[in-house]
Design a binder for this molecule. Structure first.
Ligand code: ZN
Length: 251
């Protein structure tokens, strides 16, 4: 049996002398693992499409329950991401997060389009600040994966907007600073009114206009810090790609 599907390469591991094992995010089958035989040999026709972050039309064969890449016609390599180490590190973090949030064998077109849209933005929109792209990806990815934060008012007293709004990482809700005691244990982070307006745009706006907002200074920092902390709190793990991205941006 074979299928033809578009696929984004989320992860590659070298295998044997000239093969790779790929984690693919496919349009039709969701996440799956496939071997790419001979793709590291000189002149391999599938080499380009089997690189990390390549988006291709692939023909995959299923042999005894294992997928193998027969053809890969590249549609996007996101060259602007590959040419810049910070953008590449951030793109790899998006891929690692998407790999964790996608479900094996279950199509998730909205998460796939978010990942592609984010790579496209890194690739072509040099003027977009990277912290903005990163925060929008993180919040939206969490919402699509079933961790949508509730941001319509204080979860305790209902005030909308909450007074001195804070976001509770474990509960995924907003609350007023004075209602802190009623929300439960765990960390809350400040999200000012401008940061909340941006978050509302990210969660409830047109996905095609996801990155079409401006936010600067302290509100941008709040939006970015809470996005990362929320993702880490809910998923209970860190990301080696993110550690690498941060090592670049801090130096
Ligand atoms: Zn309240």
């Amino acid at each position: 049996m074979h299928i033809t599907t578009k696929a984004l390469v989320l992860r590659t591991v070298d295998y044997k002398e000239s093969d790779k094992i790929l984690t693919l995010f496919t349009q039709d089958q969701g996440k799956l693992t496939a071997s790419a035989r001979g793709c590291r040999k000189k002149g391999s026709a599938i080499a380009a499409g089997c690189q990390l972050l390549a988006w291709s039309e692939m023909v995959l064969y299923d042999y005894q329950g294992r997928w193998s890449v027969k053809e890969a016609a590249v549609e996007r390599l996101f060259q602007g991401v590959r040419d810049d180490i910070e953008r590449l590190a951030l793109g790899c973090y998006f891929a690692e997060a998407a790999e964790l949030l996608a479900v094996e064998g279950l199509p998730s077109r909205s998460l796939l389009s978010l990942t592609l849209n984010s790579l496209h933005t890194l690739d072509t929109m040099q003027e977009k600040p990277l912290p903005l792209v990163k925060a929008a990806f993180e919040w939206r990815a969490m919402a699509l994966a079933g961790y949508e934060p509730l941001i319509d008012g204080c979860a305790v007293c209902g005030a909308n907007p909450p007074e001195n709004p804070r976001f509770h990482l474990r509960e995924g809700v907003l609350h007023c600073a004075k209602c802190r005691g009623e929300v439960g244990e765990g960390i809350s982070m400040p999200l000012s009114i401008p940061a909340l307006a941006a978050l509302d745009h990210i969660l409830h706006g047109d996905p095609k206009r996801l990155f079409s907002f401006r936010l600067e200074g302290e509100p941008m920092k709040q939006l970015a810090d809470a996005a990362e902390a929320y993702l880490h709190t809910q998923l209970e793990r860190g990301f080696s790609t993110l550690d690498y991205y941060k090592s670049l941006t801090l130096s």
